[in-house]
Design a protein around this ligand. Sequence first.
Ligand SMILES: Cc1cc2nc3c(=O)[nH]c(=O)nc-3n(C[C@H](O)[C@H](O)[C@H](O)COP(=O)(O)OP(=O)(O)OC[C@H]3O[C@@H](n4cnc5c(N)ncnc54)[C@H](O)[C@@H]3O)c2cc1C
Length: 287
Amino acid sequence: MIPAPFAYHRPRSVDEALGLLRQYGEGARVVAGGHSLIPMMKLRLAQPEYLVDLQDLEELRGIRSEPDAVMIGAMTTQHELINSALLAANCPIIGETSLQIADPQVRYCGTLGGNVANGDPGNDMPAVMLALGAKYRLKRQRDEREIAARDFYHGAFSRALQPDEILVSVRIPMPVAGHGYAYEKQKRKVGDYATAAAAVVLTMSGGTCISAAIALTNVADTPLLAGDAADAVIGTALDEAAIDEAVRRARAAANPSADAHGPVEFRRHVAGVMVRRALMRAKERAL
Ligand SMILES: Cc1cc2nc3c(=O)[nH]c(=O)nc-3n(C[C@H](O)[C@H](O)[C@H](O)COP(=O)(O)OP(=O)(O)OC[C@H]3O[C@@H](n4cnc5c(N)ncnc54)[C@H](O)[C@@H]3O)c2cc1C
């Protein structure tokens, strides 16, 4: 439970942090809240030679709205997401999801950037980002790029992030006013990772579902966008038959492995239950 030796850096600006990453290359890792990386270092599943701590980088913090988007700095904590009036008014699924992550102590330190950049299929925020159509802004010393969350995850702990890049912010297209949303998570006990979870964002018009996105947590190597399942409800009144079909398609898309959360069939079953609950709650909330 003692990490391998490492050198610790605490840069005062993003430029300084990027310079350190460039200098140390693959031996370096950034640390944000440390609540995923430090446990992995203690178990020697991660052994960075250089830790670049982002705590002092105020430019990576904060939540602001633009005409067509909400921008969230990578170092914004889960606690801050829960307490943001701006998010509560415009994109409430983020606060709802944050409240289901771990416990208050973890949420005071854990950041949005760390949660989405980590690459653990058990993290809750990536599926929500897929459902919202979020984009990640990545910066390195000489350039900057934006990548859709839907293109970011390649496998467990494998994502489109170079060793010398920092995730600086997350851009969420402004959800339509009156949209329906829900994040439903089944866990063994309070504070645990999901056995399976589902994020739903949809819009209703005149009793018909005119758009929907469904994404799943912890039932594959990556967060899963269940496009077929969403197609089953678009154009319907979100009646029982449509929801049954979406559940069937989501279960077909899920590819969980057996682990401490349960056997494969159980986890696949739970994924469907979460999709059903999330669709029903999102429908109730849609105006
Ligand atoms: C007891 C416990 C229970 C937990 N339960 C849950 C849970 O139910 N659901 C859940 O989603 N999470 C859970 N977590 C994880 C927690 O939410 C973490 O805080 C989060 O996943 C990582 O955020 P962090 O800021 O701590 O990142 P860190 O641990 O500092 O970093 C995680 C990884 O992301 C990289 N990284 C961090 N920030 C950036 C950045 N800006 N740019 C590039 N790379 C970056 C790091 O290099 C590292 O590889 C739990 C943690 C604990 C200790």
